[in-house]
Structures are given as structure tokens and as C-alpha cells.
Design a protein around this ligand. Sequence first.
Ligand SMILES: [Mn+2]
Length: 328
Amino acid sequence: MPTFLGLEQGIGNVDVAILSLPYELTTSYGQGTAQGPRACLEASAQVELYDAQLGDDLPAGLSIHTIQPWSGEEPTLLQQLDSMVGYLLPWFKGDCFPLCLGGEHGILPPIMEAARQHPLVEEDLSNLTVVQIDAHGDLREELDGEKYSHACAAARALDAGVGRLLQVGIRAFSREEHQRMIGDERITTFFAKDTQSPCHGGHHWTQWLETLSSIEGPVHLTIDIDGLDGALVPATGTPVPGGLTYWQVHETIQTLFNAPNAVVVSADVNEIGVQNDSPLTQFTAAMLATNVVASHAHARSKGLWKATAESLHAKRPEVVHRSFSDNQ
Ligand SMILES: [Mn+2]
């Protein structure tokens, strides 16, 4: 199995857990995101270990563990979702930083169930802010009759109780999704049409960065790589023109991790496709994943991230997560 950045497997305590969710049941257009996590890990061996903000080479003293991929083979979609929750739960106890590689965006609802038991979330997802980089709103009620479709990932996160959803890069959405963006006060959407405008984009982009800096409390960062311009990620499930530049995503990650009153408790990079004529798509995903881990390491070094599990878990009984398949 390839390891993240080609590093030797961490020993002892886990500081950062790299989790692979090769899940693909509902991708509507492209194919191949099930192979994405492995391709991203392989491409990560070519990423520079030095991070300029951190001023150090990764792993920068951290113990980074590349965990064996999830390999659920349950017969139904709902049982697969439950199986992913079981795979994720041990890494969401607050004593390490989990980074999930996907797989289609349908991995978000199981990640939310795992995040529910993070000590800073305290079983109540209304305490959690989700920052979503994406071309799509992912706010449909269902797609082709399936409410756990990748096209519904953000809607299901809100249904699970997420307190705030901040979206950027959005440029492909239905009338129904647009109405929900406007009507649900938990959602703040920064449209690509505004942030990428040649005339006024800078103004909107500054507002986005200020919004990130003002976040308080625990945050999950979900990066659908199709939020980037399609030219950078042609092998993702649904590449879309008119998206974010690499440096805008980089700046979003760094600004979020540096927000003075926020704690980024977990992240995912999803919809990674495998490009065969060039490694550009999987290498772009690997660069972003590396930037997430380096930004976490930087936040740790500044005291913005604390291992919270021991003190908080001592007070509480074990959390029982909600089952996707039992609630039907
Ligand atoms: Mn998405």
C-alpha cells in the first residue's frame, strides 16, 4: 500500500490519520473515483515535503499514519454508509487529525456521523461549521430517486444538523438548490461568478477570506476537487469550467486553519479521479491534501489545535452514532 507523501509509516501515537474511502455508488456522469484515493497516495510521493508557511519538512515531528483503506462490500447503500461510519469513528475522538480521501462526495454524511462524536462537537452537529469547496451546491433533495447521491451531500449534512455551511466555487446548481441557498439561513454561498469575475472578483474574494477568519468553533473542511477549474482536474467525476484557481484553494485552506477562534477538526478531499494521460488530477488532489496536513501542523505549532479527547471523554459515556440503515 502506498503511504502518504511516501513517508515511512508513523510509529506509536497517531497525530494525523490518512483515511481512504474508495466509495462510488452514485456518481452520475464520470467513473473512477473509487480508484482516486490510491492514485492520490501514489501521486503524493512526488509532492515536496517542505512547506514554506510551516518552515519545515513534513512530517515536521508529527506521526502520520496511512490507514488501510475502507473496503466495505455491504449489499445496500445504507449499509455501506454505516460501514464507513464504523471505519471512521476511531479517528474522530479528538486526539488526532483525520484526513479522508474519496471517493465520491457521498462520503460526507458518514463523515458527519463520525464528527458528531468529536469532543468539540459534543454530539450536536449544530456546533459544527462545514466549509465546502465545490462546483456544485450538492443541495438537491434527491437525484434519480437517491437521497444519498453525491449531488445531495451538503443537504444531508444540513439534515443531520450541521449549524453552518459555507460554500465557495459554486457554479452549477438547480433552481431548487438556488432556493435553498437563499432560503436556509445556515448557508452562505460564494458563487464562482462573483469570486472569479475579472472586474469585481477581488472584492468578493476578500469577503470570503474574512468570512473564514471569523469562524468560531469546530470546523470540517470538505474539498470536492471539482471546485477547482476543470482544466486542473479533468479526471474528476464532473469537471466544470469557470472554477477556482489552485492558489485560491491554497489560500482558503491556509486562511481557515489560521482562523483565530476556529479549530479545524477534520477534512476530506473527494471526487478524486484517475487521469491516465497525465497525473495532473491526482497530483492536484495530492498537493491539496499535503497543504491541509501542513496547515494542520502549522495550526498545532501555534497552539490553535489541541488534543481534546482525554479531558473531555473522561466526563462522557461512549457516544452511540445514528445508523443510516436502521432509520429507514
Ligand atoms: Mn460535491
